[in-house]
Design a protein. Sequence first.
Length: 751
Amino acid sequence: MPVNSPSHTSLQQLRDGLRPGQQEIAAWTGGPLAVSAVPGAGKSTGMAVAATIAIACHQLNARRQLVVVTFTRSAAANIKAKIRQNLKDMGLPPGGFVVQTLHGLAWAIARAHPDLSGLNPDSVLITPNQNHRLIRTCVEQWIAANARHYQILLEGRQFDGEETERLRRQSVLRTEVLPALASTVIHEAKSSGLLPDDLRTRSDEIADPYSVLAIAAGLYEFYQTQLRFRNLIDYDEMILAALRVLDNAAVRQSWQEQVFAVFEDEAQDSSPLQTRLLEILAADPVDPTNRDRDNLIRVGDPNQAINSTFTPADPIFFREFCEACRVKNRLATMTQAGRSARPIINAANFVLQWVNQSQLAGVEQPFRAQMIHPVAPGDPQPNANPAPEGEGLELHTPEDVYQTVERIGQRTLKLLKHHPDGRTAVLVRTNEQGRFVARELYRWYADKLPIYEVGQRDRQSHVPAEMLTLLQFLDRPHSPDNLKAALATLVERKRIPTQDLNALISFPEQFLYPGPLDPPQTDPVVQARQYCNSLLNARLQIPPTQLIPFLALILDYDQTELATADKLTDRIAQSTVGQNTLSAILDVLGEIVASEQFEAVETDDTEERYTRPGQLTIITMHKAKGLDWDYVFIPFLHEQTIPGSQWIPPQAQFLGDFTLAAIARAQIRASLHNQFPLPTLNVAWDRAKDLKTAEEFRLLYVAMTRAKRLLWLSAAQKAPFTWNKPENLQDREPCPVLPALMEQFPASVMD
């Protein structure tokens, strides 16, 4: 062993601080290894120690490095700090490794070889969604180039030719159905390595009256053309560009010689192309085709895969990797977890088993049969498997959602009275539920509880987009697209009642300025018209430079949102000196929104803000992944929400009892998994429902496993049909998991 290497004793001490499962990572000496871990098992700690040992034992340096890949910048910073601290404790220099997000790694490869990547290093990154103007442009181009196909969509299942209905359907297709199909399929196909022609080929294999994949192929093609024309790239393009670089044999070998091994965290969230990129980098440069020589460690938990219904991630890929490694005796399992008290572990394990046996997800198996076990006595983690608070598990069925929030407030006050530094959170399924909880808690406990609603902070990042939407309406109020976008923003901000916006925008002039011969408008329509007219009147009276502060007040922004709006106004003023016109403001604001580079006003550190001691955090289940609290409340567990059902917007039901985006996703995934023949419309829709059901149960499992000492679950007897109108209460059935839990753990039932 070289003089500067750590002793065998110090390495062994590092290993001794690990649990079973973690020790198997640390014992890795080469080749592929799958690590399937349960929530709270300490994946990042095990990876950090394994990385430290590999760096020390193999004398890694800047020319031969270990690459650690994570999915978020915060996770990258966390594991990087752990590895550096371990190296420091062993007296080693802080080098020989690099920690990057997967997309950051891909961009580094592409940027290093612009001649091979096909990308301009000065390209602007975008994250397009359904409402992005790039997607809307592609939709308009497709409609113009496919008039006959568009007419088939317009007619749907049946159509009597009535003009008002035709205009309504046109609006639905242009602003909802086709943009949703485009944003879904483009991301799904690109991240899977599929080209537009691949989709067309698959479309020819399906008896489909709409030829959904053919439509998707056309939208995808126009999108790619727009990216090149506007010098833009998206995250999927980064991965593809890196793979194009690595197609060059000499360059590929050069990168493989620099990479000693690849450690991947959260592997259950990888797409096929992302996995392919890591496999290439981890391959042996001498024998790259021998997969048994890949120095690739993939760590993940397929039971925490909660992004597959809106991203191309699919837990089946990591499960297949685990199975392939198991056959070769290269599968490690991390089943001991010290995060939660035993009653919480028991509840999570029961849900996992019960859901798998229930067949509620049809042919899908939501969970890998992987139980959480408490840690062994003498575990090195301080306060592992802490003592429960009370029973540790509490199950409630309040009368309604208002009583639910009242109980949460009262229970939190008692908890924080006895444990002032306790960390507490309310986990909700949707942002609308979070707003309701925050509003009611503020109403009754604002002077007693420090309350932080995460969704409120997230909404501040939408300030530029909302301002652009309303200003575009003021600039061209008779544009159906501008009018609908403005009305949608006003509905979202609860300035006007929820209603069918497509019916309002068919004849914008008639809506805004009804004549004496026009049919009378309903009260919700009148309220929407009056609001729009007041904005148009303000446009005539207020200078363009003051419109953003005015609109911020109209939307009832809170203090931080107002600060963000003021910052946005200053930014625009700097870019429009001497051009104080609405047109100039729209140009600058459009660039800001398109580039997505405007940062909302920050007040403190994000990670600390979510888990601050003595605070009640209100956060969605998706955002809660990777975090934990002492006391976790999960209200509103109704069948309507979890597992819920595939929702078909009423305005789009003329196409059929399905959505085109869900159909296309199910057909693409069937193709990737070699499930031929590809499913027809009805079969694809059923598969989409099963996928959603499976993921909703995994999301509940993730939420439950955030709790350390107390897990509080409830389903009110009465809940809103829609959370946009929480005052309209109806009888609601509980999520099927809750009655099963009550039967299994009767001592935890609090009603």
